[in-house]
Write a new protein. Structure first.
Length: 133
C-alpha cells in the first residue's frame, strides 16, 4: 500500500490566532501587521497546531507541515501538507485549537478524499471526530 500527499486547510480569525500563539509562546511571539505576521511566527504556528490539530488516517498518525498562509479580510487560511496512506478507510481528527482561550470555541472540519466530502464540528466537550470513507 503506497502513500500520498494530502492537504489540510484551517481557517482562523486573525485576532484569535494571534491570541492563541501569544498565550502559547509569549517570549517568542512577534507582533506585526496581518500580512507579514504569519511569516514571522511560522515556527510558533507550526508548533501550536502540532499540539492542537491531530490527524489519523486508518488509525495511523499523520504528520503535517505548514505549507502556506493566505490572508482574506479578517482571517487566515492555513494550508498544511501531510503524508498519508493512499486509501482512506477512516479519518480521525482532534481539533481543539483555541479552545484553551475561548470556552465556546467551535471548529468546523471538512474532510475531502477524491469526490467524497465529510463535515464535522468540534467543541471543547467533543474535540474529536471520526469520518468513515
Amino acid at each position: 500500500e503506497g502513500g500520498r500527499e494530502s492537504s489540510l486547510q484551517v481557517k482562523v480569525f486573525y485576532d484569535d490566532l494571534q491570541s492563541g500563539i501569544r498565550a502559547a509562546a509569549p517570549k517568542e511571539f512577534q507582533s506585526s501587521v496581518p500580512e507579514s505576521w504569519t511569516e514571522k511566527n511560522k515556527p510558533l504556528i507550526q508548533s501550536y497546531f502540532r499540539k492542537h490539530l491531530l490527524v489519523w488516517v486508518n488509525r495511523q498518525a499523520a504528520s503535517f507541515q505548514l505549507q502556506s498562509v493566505s490572508w482574506e479580510q479578517d482571517a487566515y487560511f492555513l494550508q498544511f501538507r501531510m503524508q498519508c496512506p493512499a486509501d482512506w478507510d477512516l479519518l480521525q481528527v482532534k481539533a481543539d485549537f483555541l479552545m484553551e482561550l475561548f470556552p465556546d470555541q467551535t471548529n468546523v472540519v471538512q474532510a475531502v478524499d477524491g469526490k467524497q466530502k465529510r463535515f464535522g464540528r468540534t467543541t471543547p466537550s467533543n474535540p474529536g471526530l471520526e469520518f468513515p470513507f
